[in-house]
Design a protein around this ligand. Sequence first.
Ligand code: OAD
Length: 258
Amino acid sequence: MSAEFAASLATLADLLRSARRVVVLTGAGMSAESGIPTFRDAQTGLWARFDPYVLASPEGFAQDPDTVWAWYEARRRQVMSAQPHAGHLALARLSALSRFDEFTVVTQNVDDLHERAGCTNVVHLHGSLFAPRCMACAAPHRLDAGAVEPERAPRIAPPVCQACGGRVRPGVVWFGESLPEHAWQLAMQAAARADVMLVVGTSSQVYPAAGLPVEVRQADGQVAVINPDPSLRVSPGELLLRATAGEAIPALLTELAG
Ligand code: OAD
C-alpha cells in the first residue's frame, strides 16, 4: 500500500466516521473485477465488429432487433455466470453499518452484482439487463432462467409480449434516451443530502450521472474517487484513492473498523 493511498484511505475513513448519509456512485469499473467487460470493452470477440452506439440505441434496435437482443442476452449470461467480488461484498457490509442513517448505491451498471452482494438500496440509473419490457404496453417481461449461448446465437429474435403481443426490448437506457425519472429523482435526492459520496469505477464521461458529484459538493458534501486509472485527475477538494474497487473498499472497511 503506497503512502499516498494510505493517507487518502485514513482521510476517507475519518470522513465516514462522522458521516450519517452516504451515497456511492458506481460505474463499469465496479464490475470489472467480476469479469464483466466495461461497456466499451464488451466489443471484444464476437462483438468486435459492431459499433456499440448502434447496439445500444433505439435506431440500432429498430434496424436489427435480433442482433441487439442477442448482444444483451450475451451480457446477461456473462452477469449470470459472474460473482460479486470482494469490493461488492465490502460495499454491502459498509452499507449495513449502523452508523449510517442513509446509504444509497446509485449505479450506472445494468448488472445485479450489488444486489447479489447484499446491497438493499440500489438505484439503477441506466436500467437493468434483468428488466426487459414491452415496447408497446411497457409490461415487464419475465425472462427465461438461462440466456441462449451467445457464441451459437449472434442473432436472437426478441420475445413477444405475453400481454399484448408487442415486441419486447432490453430494460436498459439507450443512447439518446432519458434516464428513468424515478431513479434520477432518488439519485438527486441522495446526492443533495449526502455527507460523503464515493465515486467508484466510472470515467465520469456520461451525463447526467457524471454531474452527481457536483451536486454533493454544492451541498457541502465530500467526494472521494476510487479508480486505478494512473492518468485520472480529480476536481479540487475531491479525494482520490488510486486503486481498484476490490482493493480499496475492503481496505476502507478494515480502516473504519480499526
Ligand atoms: P467506463 O468504461 O467509461 O469507465 C470505467 C472506469 O472504471 C474507468 O475510469 C476505469 O479506469 C475504471 N476501472 C477499471 N477497472 C476498475 C476497477 N477494478 N476498480 C475501479 N475502477 C476501475 O464505464 P462507465 O463510466 O461506467 O451507459 O460508463 C458510463 C456509461 O457509459 C455506461 O453506463 C454506459 C456507457 O455508455 C449506458 O449504457 C447508457
